[in-house]
Design a protein. Structure first.
Length: 281
């Protein structure tokens, strides 16, 4: 439709996106929707695992740093958050590959989401290897997939954990200065209960908001992580089509990422209303 007016082209493209039709690639004439479905499972696995690691590492560290503000432990955790946020994800990935891969300790695999034998014997049902391995009842393949997931997930998760740690710390410090916290302490409530049940819950509201905004950073980091670890996700396909100057494919994949960010932001608004009733008004 390049011979038609621009507004007509735009309307037809948006109409296709609503139907989850992002067009066809120029390079290999594949439906972009098929690429998203076949490679999206690997990207989803990586992003969810990285987000879990970021939450497991960043939130407790922020809680401890906020509780022990201006101590040596707090300073060390703040330095950790700065280093993890500033470190390029591909550089951190390469360091992990050298340290824990074949040339280092040899503990973990450094590429792909499973070895070739495991991938061949697990049928594609959901396009998510770990789930497909469980559906097939192949425990060995599932464990092999977990081993391949550790390094890329930790690499991407550490990138976000520093952000989460600082957000939780700052908001916890502010909430600990609130009048209701002082009132709870005056009533003789245990300090641990004051921090966890009174201050921490209110500190979660701005944290959840920022969590939604980090989805874009997570997807961008996933692209670089997939390239570093040869992870067969959407990011790997995006880089390949960029190299081939396949603008239709690039446009479709980037549009999908934009829709994912918008959907995540909407979900975060709904979760905020559930956490803090004041948001509903």
């Amino acid at each position: 439709g390049y011979d038609r007016p621009v507004i007509v082209q735009y309307w037809e493209y948006i109409s296709g996106v609503v139907r989850f039709d992002f067009g066809q690639t120029i390079t290999d004439s594949r439906d972009i929707t098929d690429i998203l479905l076949s490679n999206g499972g690997a990207t989803l696995t990586l992003t969810v695992a990285a987000l879990l690691i970021a939450l497991i590492v960043g939130v407790p560290m922020g809680l401890i740093a906020g509780r022990r503000r201006d101590t040596l432990m707090d300073a060390g955790m703040r330095i950790f958050s700065i280093l993890t946020y500033a470190a390029p994800v591909f550089f951190l990935g390469l360091l992990f590959q050298l340290a824990f891969g074949v040339r280092g300790l040899g503990w973990l695999p450094t590429s792909s989401q499973a070895n070739a034998i495991m991938q061949a014997r697990v049928p594609d049902v959901t396009n998510i290897f770990l789930i497909d391995a469980l559906l097939a009842g192949d425990t060995e393949a599932f464990l092999n997939g977990l081993e391949h997931l550790i390094l890329p997930a930790v690499t991407l998760g550490l990138l976000l954990s520093g952000v989460f740690m600082r957000i939780v710390r700052v908001n916890l410090v502010q909430t600990l200065r609130g009048d209701y916290v002082e009132a709870a302490r005056a009533r003789g409530v245990a300090e641990r209960r004051v921090v966890v049940h009174h201050a921490f819950r209110n500190a979660l509201v701005p944290f959840v908001t920022i969590l939604g905004l980090q989805v874009a950073l997570l997807l961008g980091g996933a692209i670089l992580t997939e390239q570093t670890f040869n992870w067969p996700g959407i990011g790997t396909q995006l880089v390949r089509y960029l190299a081939n100057r396949d603008y239709v494919a690039v446009q479709g994949i980037v549009t999908f990422f934009a829709l994912a960010v918008v959907t995540a932001s909407l979900a975060i608004d709904i979760i905020n209303a559930m956490i803090d009733p004041r948001v509903r008004y």
